[in-house]
Design a binder for this molecule. Structure first.
Ligand SMILES: O=C(NCCO)c1cc(-c2ccc(F)cc2)cc(O)c1O
Ligand SMILES: [Mg+2]
Length: 215
């Protein structure tokens, strides 16, 4: 049977990127997805906004919801200082298997913990299992209907504390209307919309950054 799209993305990384060079992995995936086959990576345009938020927050612990092929995991991890790490959750085992290899090719495996499972099941175990107090940055990029319930679950588990920054992909396309309404109307969040485009296209999309103000 045919290879999968994630397998073809990994092949492009292995053909075009240099082992241990995260930027070359990012460039190889963006080139493949722009010129060969579209895929749902955050991409270079929104990726630059992600970079600027990571640099502004200088997080010690990052939670990424939705790994896919590991493109944004590599973007985030390449900016982290020694001792900082990103925990990334992926429900789909085929995506997780490819992401592990992409992350390894980039040489950033020491800064990444990839967890396979459903966010709703894994989040309640984060504190106990990973010794996490609270996340400094959460990048939401998984099933769009899970953004709001998982944000509420993170609040209930005490994994979001005063100053925690939530950065959500795809708030326009495919769209996360209930999540947007919540963070924009809640007195406990300060929200800002970064207007951009759906990865590798001219369609509008954007990132919503929401800072938790505490209770
Ligand atoms: O579903 C998504 N992510 C979770 C996967 O487990 C996702 C989808 C799309 C997209 C797809 C189809 C289309 F027509 C437009 C957008 C884009 C993204 O950036 C995404 O993150
Ligand atoms: Mg996305």
């Amino acid at each position: 049977t045919r290879t999968s799209r994630p397998q073809r993305i990994l092949k492009a990384v292995q053909r075009k990127a240099t082992v241990g060079d995260p930027q070359s992995v990012i460039t190889a995936i963006d080139h493949f997805c722009r010129h060969r086959e579209w895929a749902m990576n955050v991409g270079d345009e929104k990726g630059s906004i992600l970079d600027s938020v990571v640099n502004e927050v200088s997080p010690v612990t990052v939670l990424e919801l939705g790994t896919y092929c590991g493109y944004s995991t590599v973007r985030i991890a390449r900016l982290l200082p020694p001792g900082a790490c990103v925990i990334t959750l992926e429900f789909n085992p085929d995506y997780a298997a490819i992401a592990r290899q992409v992350i390894k090719w980039s040489g950033l495996e020491d800064k990444v913990q990839l967890v396979e499972g459903a966010s709703g099941d894994c989040i309640p175990w984060m504190k106990e299992h990973f010794g996490v107090q609270a996340f400094d940055l959460v990048f939401l990029d998984h099933w769009k209907e899970r953004y709001l319930p998982d944000t509420k679950l993170l609040e209930e588990c005490g994994l979001i504390q005063k100053g925690t920054v939530l950065l959500a992909d795809n708030v326009i396309c495919p769209g996360t209307p209930d999540y947007l309404e919540y963070v924009r109307n809640s007195p406990r969040y300060n929200s800002h919309y970064y207007r951009s485009h759906l990865e590798y296209t001219k369609a509008e999309d954007g990132l919503e950054k929401s800072v938790f103000l505490g209770y």
